[in-house]
Design a protein around this ligand. Sequence first.
Ligand code: GLN
Length: 451
Amino acid sequence: NAFLDAIERLDGQINSFITRTPEQARQAARQADEAIAKGQAKALTGIPLGIKDLFATKGVRTTAASRILGDFTPPYESTVTQNLLDDGAVFLGKLNLDEFAMGSTNLTSAFGGVENPWKRHGSDAKLVPGGSSGGSAAAVAAGLCLGATGTDTGGSIRQPAAYCGITGIKPTYGRCSRFGQIAFASSLDQAGPMARTLQDCAILLESMAGFDPKDATSVNQPVPRYEAALGRSIKGMKIGIPREYRVPGMPADIDKLWQEAASWLKAAGAEVVDISLPHTKHALPTYYIAALAEASSNLARYDGVRYGMRAERPSLDEMYEATRAEGFGEEVKRRILLGTHVLSSGYYDAYYLRAQKVRTLIQRDFLRAFEEVDVILTPTAPSGAFAWDEKPTDPVQMYLNDVFTVPASLAGVPALSLPGGLDSQGVPLGLQLIGRFFGEEDIIAAGHVVE
Ligand code: GLN
């Protein structure tokens, strides 16, 4: 009731929920009470969570923050949310995001932007929560839920976590099932937890993760007790600082925080070394070719025939055109067009195929680095949260914000973001720890020292 009241009181302004489910939440909470009374409590019994509106939830509207799915109610449950329900979690509703998870501000949602609960010193300007999991990050930061699910294709868990001063983990690709998670770029999409502390994230991840025969890319490997990695000694652990992440124009506050974090890890007994990830500069163009190509193919299914919105027209072709013209927002259309272009014959070799090859080189950079170090430390983003009206009008300028998060996504390795402190304007800044394949426990152990 306290969380439902907080949502009632604060979310008119924050706008982090697209759909609220107070009745279902109260009923689940009563069941949790009974389970506790019977001594049958599980890991998440009675824990109130918000669910990013990219996860299919049976009988509860699931929109992907798009008009095209505006009144779509799935007849089935995603594996990740089913895993959380099986562990006793209580869902409060569905959280806002950038449309189809495409963006870094949560301003591309068809259900309105999300307001970051943080403010700059002495300013009333509305700040973005980051994206695409902006509703998840803002809801957790404002205390509207204890934790939330996020999804990360190129930074969508880590960057909003950083902007809202919370913690988020993008697990190794294949760790969480993608079944029932609305697809953006299938070779990159990965679900993960967002919460106030690393401990909460570790508990949530343990519940969300696991093999699922319904997702061919989910990995059949036992799920460790992530929580046990908290407090584990990092004496002798090797931490790499990639020199290519020292980008020109990075704010001094972020550079300072990065150096401080390295010294905290050193003080805890880790060895900090300089490393090189030589193909880093190609990560952004590679991501914005590979991800958009996959998106254009994945979004072909929204045709007004099978499900979702339909704009009635006299002929089939006109119906397709009108449905997609009215149903998709501007950023989604831009990406479908770019993705279709790089896949078209005549451009396929020059763009798509080339991007696949460069992706392999980027992955090899990480494999080579992890022969030498256990964990890589970087800032999460090249800026803190900016004001709604400071969002770059040039889309390419906006894409540059993802510079530190896309490389780990392309490589498929796990990465987390932790709150590092505040910048001179009082806005949170995030630190990123990247681990080797299935090295979640290493980044959790190192993260706990920084936390
Ligand atoms: N900001 C990136 C993009 O716009 C990442 C989004 C994501 O991870 N879903 O594509």
